[in-house]
Design a protein around this ligand. Sequence first.
Ligand code: NAP
Length: 279
Amino acid sequence: MATILDGKALAAKVKEQVKQEAEGMARKPGLAVIIVGNNPASRVYVNSKRKDCEECGFLSEEYALPEETTQQELITLIQELNGRADIDGILCQLPLPDGIDEEAVLMAISPEKDVDGFHPMNMGALLVGKDGFLPCTPYGIMEILAEYNIDPKGKRCVVIGRSNIVGKPMALLLLQKHGTVTICHSRTQDLGEVCRTADILVAAVGKVNVVTADMVKPGAVVIDVAMNRNEAGKLCGDVDYPAVEKVASAITPVPGGVGPMTRAMLMKNTLLAAQKHQG
Ligand code: NAP
């Protein structure tokens, strides 16, 4: 049986450390979260971010804007928040309603307050190995690996998914830790064959059971990023968990794996932003 990589427990530990560091600061770290429209999943995420801020003793401000908000109105709000001394991090919950250019909005957030790590300046910093905010999901996964003494150095790592927020930064972070990294996507041929080479397999697709037990090398570490709903409406990942658990040496559950760590790393990034702003 595989070791369960308990992201929920680690997230609680990270948030406790963040809270303690925040308590010692002259001013509370401040996070502004913007939500546009009525996407129910976005509402759940924003509520959980507010709860995390409360737990960590942060100042938390929420801006719930109507569906018909224009791109310019949104950018004007971001510019105001960029100028606020008590706000260290700004997050605009994605997806945005049709008609708003996500890239333009993300570009408007000051790179120094971009605690999601989505601004091209922070993405570029990651590419060239300079300091910047790391995107929370891959950052959280690296923390899980470190907590369980799983060192990517010299290992074959396969990342399924090439999005800007998960797949690509994940591959870069594994590469930074000296993994030998392959990225797969929807046009990859013989996905199973590539996956079977992996010592560390990260699935970030968003399709139920895209990773089956025959695609996993015995003893591999399997990280399941996805948040899907199965036919019964239950939250699940990309990995056929009951079967893969028997083959892998370690595996993240869904829920309770990567998700809680993504939230915890947002708190960590906000703390880091506040520390930088306060010198
Ligand atoms: P995304 O932008 O939709 O990217 C999905 C990736 O999967 C794409 O690169 C796509 O390839 C690839 N793909 C699709 N079908 C495939 C197939 N059959 N075989 C191989 N690759 C395939 O999604 P994302 O934003 O990266 O998120 C991925 C999943 O993680 C989603 O379930 C999302 O909800 C979840 N997520 C979870 C967290 C968390 O905190 N746990 C955070 C973020 C995201 P192409 O590029 O060729 O289209």
